[in-house]
Design a protein around this ligand. Structure first.
Ligand code: UDX
Length: 468
């Protein structure tokens, strides 16, 4: 590339809020580090609109849409995000992303026409590693960005690459193909892989993307070196690429309404420091109806104050109107009167404000990676209830390697019923983590130590968008 050409990085996140957010934060970080760099984020039209609303009005980050019609792929109108999709549609949407290949190539040519030269680098989500073919064809450098953690993805990608070598009959422990020293429980295998139709579609797609990663020039991971030394070496061993921890890249995703922010903060202000449990299952997943009922009773019986972000139970439409029957009779009123629970129904919770508040003691979380980093950056220990993707490996890592998590239940997107959650179990775990037990005190201490590591990295990253 000639000396006068402005370096131009094109970023391409997968269509999901939990992936788009770290990409926006990475773009912001690149911009602050190298103001001379031209940065473009590429996605489907609806996602571009939502990214636009997350950027400050004066942002110089450029946005480009690729033509995409959900109906061409058997998807309902407007389906451009994997959030809340049943697994079959989730796979369809991800598979459909591969059809963007020619449009993506055309877009890069259009950019070359406008700028007089091609972009210098493509940074694509690991689920969109097919972009490496375009990069190679045009002679552009390519990096895969893993928006999740290194350990979780080390396991997930290894399993995705070697699915056929995994046992198909139940066994107590399974050795992870590339890391035989790591044993996982049978229930930690992504069980949707064993449903024949899914196995064909999902393993095909996932295997392809993982295989493309080998051709990339490097891997970026949204994590912190000192926190994830093991996971980073695992990824390096798996792909033989340079692996760069660039995290934490955290960004305040969608803004919550000011009313919701003050409602939560005032409610937290009215509780003693370190006494409140925050309960949320992220942007994509939901628990099922009977689990929701047991959780509600368990929380009430624990006697601990809590803020719970309530979404429709699994299987219902994400926008389904709230039905009081999802919860025990008179629950909302009782929680309000006792000042025990603040239920956020169909509300985009101000998660960073909640986790950063001194009254918050612990986070009952699905262990999505953004939630993990956000929680630990505030020194808040985690009660794990993974629901899909690599979340169960995040939970394993946090519990067994780091000691900041206690797993309450383990589910799987396609097999939610398998996570047996009973009120007594909820009560017991909440008590262990928040009741001043030796275990709880140790978890808090560890979480504070990790918080320092993450915060030190945040400072190096020169302040992170939306972080407090
Ligand atoms: C997805 C994947 O499923 C997960 O496996 C992967 O690790 C990350 O992406 P997601 O449900 O999006 O998970 O969870 P998470 O990574 O925790 O991201 C959710 C983001 O939305 C967080 O930044 C959280 O602060 C934010 N959020 C969520 C809110 O601000 N308010 C809400 O009400 C819910």
């Amino acid at each position: 590339m000639g000396g006068h050409e402005q370096h131009h990085v094109v970023l391409f996140p997968v269509m999901a809020q939990g992936h788009i957010n770290p990409f926006i934060a990475l773009a912001d970080l690149l911009h602050r580090r190298r103001p001379d760099l031209k940065i473009t984020i590429v996605n489907t039209p609806l996602n571009i609109q939502s990214i636009k609303s997350s950027l400050p009005p004066n942002s110089t980050i450029r946005l480009r849409s690729l033509p995409f019609s959900p109906s061409d792929h058997g998807l309902p109108p407007g389906t451009e995000s994997t959030a809340g999709l049943p697994f079959s549609l989730f796979i369809n949407l991800l598979e459909a992303s591969e059809s963007l290949h020619p449009h993506f190539e055309q877009l890069l040519h259009d950019i070359a026409m406008e700028d007089g030269h091609l972009p210098s680098c493509i940074i694509a989500d690991n689920f969109l590693a097919w972009t490496v073919e375009t990069a190679r064809k045009l002679g552009i450098s390519h990096s895969v960005f893993i928006t999740g953690g290194a350990f979780g993805h080390g396991l997930l990608l290894s399993i995705g690459l070697h699915f056929l070598r995994l046992p198909t009959t139940q066994t107590n422990h399974v050795s992870v193909p590339d890391f035989p020293e790591i044993q996982i429980d049978w229930s930690q295998l992504p069980r949707h892989l064993f449903v024949p139709d899914n196995a064909d579609k999902w393993t095909g797609f996932f295997h392809r993307q993982n295989s493309y990663c080998f051709q990339s020039n490097s891997m970026l991971v949204n994590t912190v070196k000192e926190f994830e030394t093991t996971g980073l070496s695992m990824l390096h061993k798996l792909f033989g690429l340079p692996v760069f921890p660039v995290g934490p890249v955290l960004c305040k995703p969608l803004s919550s309404s000011l009313d919701d922010v003050s409602r939560c903060v005032e409610w937290l202000d009215s509780h003693r420091p370190g006494t409140v449990l925050y309960v949320s299952f992220g942007s994509q997943n939901s628990i099922n109806a009977s689990q929701m009922m047991e959780l509600a009773v368990g929380l009430e019986e624990s006697g601990k104050p809590f803020i719970w972000v309530i979404r429709p139970p699994f299987g219902l439409d994400v926008g389904a109107e709230f039905n009081p029957e999802w919860l025990p009779e008179g629950y909302e009123e009782r929680m309000r009167e006792k000042k025990q629970g603040l239920l956020l129904v169909h509300v985009w919770a101000p998660q960073l404000d909640i986790l950063g508040h001194g009254s918050t003691a612990a986070f009952l979380s699905h262990c999505g990676w953004n939630s993990v980093l956000e929680s630990l950056s505030h020194g808040v220990p985690i009660i794990g209830w993974p629901l899909g993707g690599e979340q169960m490996y995040n939970s394993k890592f946090l519990e067994e390697e780091v000691g900041v998590c206690l797993e309450l239940a383990r589910g799987n997107r396609e097999d939610m019923m398998s996570a047996k959650v009973e009120r007594e179990g909820v009560k017991k775990v909440v008590e262990m983590v928040m009741g001043g037990t030796e275990k709880g005190v140790e978890m808090k201490k560890k979480a504070m130590e990790i918080s320092e590591l993450i915060r030190a990295s945040m400072e190096v990253n020169n302040g992170v968008m939306g972080s407090s």
